[in-house]
Structures are given as C-alpha cells and as structure tokens.
Design a protein around this ligand. Structure first.
Ligand SMILES: [Zn+2]
Length: 185
C-alpha cells in the first residue's frame, strides 16, 4: 500500500469527468487500498479518484463517529465508522434539501456551506464488481454527492453562489501563486 499525492485545484484532472470502471482486478483493488490509506493520512472522510490524478469512477468513504460532538449514542448512524467503496455510482433518487459546511482535500483551508439533497439512493459496484444499493442521509448523503460530483469533474465551489465561488477561486489562485513564490526563494 502507498499514500498517493492529493492534487489541488486548479489541477485539470479535478474538472475532467472520470470513466466507467470495467476491469475489477487486483490492480483496481490495490488502488482502492491506496485511496483509503491516502484518505486516512489526509484525515479526509471521502476521496474520489480524480483527487489522486486517476480518471476511474472510484470513491472511498469512511465517516468517523466523533463521540465528543454527540449528545448521545442515538446520534450514531449505521454508516458511521464503516468503509465504503463506490465504483461507478449512480444517484437513482434524491429528496429534501440540506446545507452543510463542506471542506475538500483538493481545497486546503476552504470550508463553506453547500446546498444538496438531504437523502440519496445510490446504485454502485464494489471492488469485486458486485452490485449494491444504499440509502444515504445526513453527512453520508452530503459526502456521497460531493464525491460523485468529483468523478463528474465538478468541484464543490461550482455548487456555491457566484460570490462565494469567486472568493474560493481567488483564495486558491492566490495560494497557488504563493507556493510558486516560496519555491523560487
Ligand atoms: Zn472534495
């Protein structure tokens, strides 16, 4: 297993739609393991293949249950603390609205509210090509929509108001420029 490099916007791969996976072999499963390792190392709760420079429709998710934030054990959901691999995921149904403050490993230090569906029903395949379905709510639904956007080549500021999106763009472009300047020193 190895930790992969997470690319930051404006890398082109983040705005390129990924391709359907047709080969469910050992190299795909090794890649999925690397994605989990990369995600844990970066303290992310979700990762899309585009973010490590790969254009396959592969998503990994694991949302830790943060006990300290919880009022009681009742707030723990079935999807907390579980590893999910979604390959070729499709949203078959969605309902409701939810607004969550999102972050993204490809946009360090950027956090802002994004409006999404409160519930989504997803069909996908696992790393062995087996079909499965999930009904996701709350943060799991938010995370899935964020990651499915990634494999469609849609970064999260595209879901924000024009003003907020402009702020994010400028912050990232400035950050990129500072990196270059620092390297020149
Ligand atoms: Zn992201």
């Amino acid at each position: 297993m190895s930790i992969l490099k997470v690319v930051e916007w404006p890398a082109k791969v983040l705005e390129t739609p990924a391709e359907t996976v047709t080969k469910f072999d050992d190299s795909l499963r090794a890649f999925v393991n690397d994605m989990f390792e990369t995600m844990f190392a970066s303290k992310g709760i979700g990762l899309a293949a585009n973010q490590v420079g790969d254009l396959r429709r592969v998503i990994t998710i694991e949302i830790p249950y943060a006990k300290e934030d919880a009022e009681s054990e009742a707030t723990k959901m079935w999807w907390h603390d579980k590893r999910f691999t979604f390959i070729n995921p499709i949203i078959v149904k969605k309902s409701g609205r939810i607004s969550w403050q999102e972050g993204c490993l490809s946009f360090p230090e950027v956090y802002d509210f994004v409006d999404r569906s409160a519930e989504v029903w997803i069909k996908a395949q696992d790393e062995f090509g087996k079909d499965f379905e999930v009904h996701a709510t709350d943060l799991f639904a938010v995370c899935l929509q964020h990651e499915i956007d990634h494999i469609d080549g849609v970064v999260f500021f595209k879901r924000m108001s024009r003003l907020k999106a402009e702020r994010v763009r400028n912050k990232m472009l400035k950050r990129g420029k500072l990196d270059v300047d620092e390297k020149n020193v």
